[in-house]
Design a protein around this ligand. Structure first.
Ligand SMILES: [Zn+2]
Ligand SMILES: [Zn+2]
Length: 347
């Protein structure tokens, strides 16, 4: 039997690269994808630290990947053997009430939701079985490289969704809290809406420098200076749209404080701890909150925008490692060493 290397969740605090058999089709709606490129996401670290209770020990981690379709079940539509594809972080049926309304994150199929690299084997390996593959795979246009498409199924899907639900208009001052990988993807997608100005708040000097280098029109501030800075650089005493992508200790409070009355505050971040919603303090501000959990149903559109040169996330790939050196890649990513934003792990 062909055996492959798979980076595996052994127990809380421990991942290891171990041998596993190559996956096989189990259902007619499955596909097998040969992974060409994968990446590491902060959600992988959440699993490692034991803060994702539904993560199943023994599963291969990794839910950001692109590859080539190796086999498809009889009922798979839209992709065929040999196609280069992006793999969606979410598994969804496309048929239930939630899927039909585009809320694929809440798909009620037993396979639905974040399964890959959490409840079933994911993509930090050589081959992955993708359930409900007609919906979970998107064909990569010929002119788009694997690196250009690497983030379509997860972190870029999140940024695209966040920008979409924030209802950004050309008159808006948009504040993005956090310039990590998801923050930068959110920035790239918010820029497509051509708001009047975008302010990015980020404590790390290195990451502010990254934003300044690649997106020179963006205004930059730090958490300490943010509230005052936004007041001075907006037309109505605060940001019209706030996208909270940091998930740090005080960033939720910062987000709503920087919003003007009647603003939309979109919480993209995943917090480690409950957050306080101080309703007496915000009384009369009449804010609209939208909360996180990406609906990754726009991958086709995102791929088209990449093909047209309107979205480019390749600058985020600051490091590249072969799968056999994935331990090293994790160390760098986890400790934010060496200016890392994202790491491409290749086979
Ligand atoms: Zn992720
Ligand atoms: Zn569904």
């Amino acid at each position: 039997m062909f055996r492959m290397k798979a980076y595996t969740y052994i127990e809380k605090g421990k991942f290891a690269l171990i041998d596993k058999p190559k996956p096989e089709l189990q259902e007619a709606t499955d596909a097998i994808v040969r992974v060409t490129l994968g990446s590491i996401c902060s959600s992988d670290l959440h699993i490692k630290h034991g803060s994702v209770p539904r993560a199943v020990p023994g599963i291969t981690v990794g839910h950001e990947m692109v590859g080539v379709v190796e086999a498809v079940g009889a009922d798979v539509k839209g992709v065929k053997v040999g196609d280069r594809v992006t793999v969606n972080v979410e598994t969804f049926c496309g048929e239930c009430f939630y899927c039909r309304h585009g809320y694929v994150n809440n798909c009620t199929s037993p396979h639905g939701g974040w399964a890959l690299g959490c409840r079933i084997d994911g993509g930090q390996t050589e081959y992955v079985r993708v359930p409900l593959a007609s919906h979970g795979l998107n064909r990569i246009p010929d002119s788009v490289t694997d690196e250009q498409a690497l983030f379509v199924g997860d972190v870029l899907a999140t940024g695209f969704w966040a920008a979409r639900i924030s209802e950004i208009t050309p008159d808006d001052t948009v504040l993005i809290v956090g310039a990590g990988p998801t923050g930068i993807c959110t920035l790239i997608c918010a820029m497509l809406k051509r708001p009047k100005r975008i302010i990015v708040c980020e404590p790390s000097e290195e990451r502010r420098a990254f934003v300044k280098e690649h997106y020179p029109d963006v205004l930059l501030t730090t958490p300490d200076a943010c509230e005052e800075f936004v007041k001075q650089h907006s037309d109505h005493g605060g940001a019209d749209r706030v996208l909270e992508v940091a998930g740090a200790k005080d960033t939720f409070q910062l987000a709503w404080r920087c919003a003007r009355p009647n603003a939309i505050v979109t919480v993209v971040a995943l917090y480690d701890a409950p957050q306080v919603l101080p309703l007496p303090d915000m009384y009369g501000k009449n804010l609209t909150f939208k909360t996180g959990g990406v609906d990754g149903c726009d991958c086709e559109e995102v791929l088209r925008l990449i093909e047209q040169g309107k979205i480019d996330t390749t600058p985020l790939i600051t490091h590249r490692f072969p799968l056999y050196r994935i331990e090293e890649a994790y160390r760098i990513f986890e400790n934010k060493e060496d200016g890392v934003i994202k790491i491409a792990v290749y086979n």
